[in-house]
Design a protein around this ligand. Structure first.
Ligand SMILES: [Zn+2]
Length: 296
């Protein structure tokens, strides 16, 4: 408990720094914060990636190892959990199949955690056999799965193809909190992650997930202002971004401007001030050029 209290102090200090605009310069590489208003839900951040873990009297549920290109990252994540709980790590649940979120889980495998992912993630990971990515022990189908452990209920929900074809929403109904990665973001502009997305299905999935009874979500990357959490206003904004980009590039494609010059030059100026806009804009334009210009 002592460590937990200390951590809340760190989180509070970070929030204060964020308010002064000094947060980006001062934030540590690794940080664990308890989600305010919950008894046992934490966010582990390693550089610009976030994962959720839940501590219960019967064991710990961890998620994405977020140790891509970080050989010590999985162990560091485990060490952070160990500062809070000595309970066994029962599960590691993958948000989707992209390595930048799920590589590096060996330390969790070594202590006996059961790895869970959507079946599309399992199929892809088996085919690619990345040496740094632990294969799932269990696959979840499209109808999802509910995990109950030590008084916590965690629902794994699937909303179809969006940013990937294997994205699970991890939903805590009691806490009205969700963890979803890359297909729900908190005030940041989409970017390179558009590459294997299906944008129209993504928009539909966002409209569906809005109906779920949650007030806050943990995104896979910190939001604008380095905030740890997002809310439904962020989802409304993301729908607007994707729909605006879709409509804009569709018109360009119908005018014969895809791939060139539309994939390079199209602007979505309404969102120009968002973090990541300059880097993300060509990725968004290119993906929608593929969709409307070529049917891909
Ligand atoms: Zn991704």
């Amino acid at each position: 408990m002592k460590c937990s209290t200390l951590r809340l102090g760190v989180a509070f200090a970070a929030t204060a720094l964020m308010a002064t605009g000094a947060f980006a310069q001062s934030r540590p590489t690794i940080e664990t914060t308890k989600v305010e208003g919950t008894d046992n839900v934490y966010v582990f951040r390693n550089q610009n990636h976030q994962a959720m873990f839940i501590v219960t009297p019967a064991g710990v549920i961890a998620t994405d190892p977020i140790a891509y290109g970080k050989p010590q990252g999985g162990q560091q994540y485990l060490d952070e959990i160990r500062k809070i709980s000595s309970q066994p790590i029962k599960y590691v649940i993958y948000s989707h199949h992209h390595y930048d979120h799920i590589a590096g889980g060996k330390a969790f495998k070594d202590v006996g955690a059961r790895f869970v992912a959507h079946r599309n993630a399992t199929a892809r990971l088996k085919a690619l056999a990345d040496p740094n990515t632990v294969l799932p022990d269990e696959s979840v189908g499209d109808r999802g799965r509910t995990i109950k452990l030590g008084g916590t209920t965690l629902e794994l929900k699937y909303y179809g193809v969006n940013h990937s074809d294997s994205s699970l929403v991890m939903y805590l109904p009691k806490e009205k909190l969700a963890f979803a990665v890359d297909w729900i973001s908190a005030g940041t502009f989409p970017g390179v992650g558009m590459i294997d997305s299906q944008p129209l299905l993504w928009i539909s999935a966002l409209k569906e997930v809005q109906k779920l009874d949650f007030t806050r979500f943990i995104p896979g990357h910190p939001g604008n202002g380095n905030r740890t959490l997002g809310d439904k206003k962020d989802i409304v904004e993301l729908i607007d971004i994707l729909q605006t980009a879709s409509d804009t590039v569709k018109a360009e494609a119908r005018a014969g401007k895809c791939w060139e010059p539309a994939s390079k030059e199209t602007q979505f100026s309404k969102f120009a001030k968002m973090p990541g806009y300059e880097n993300g804009r060509p990725h968004l334009a290119q993906r929608f050029c593929g969709l409307w210009g070529r049917g891909t």
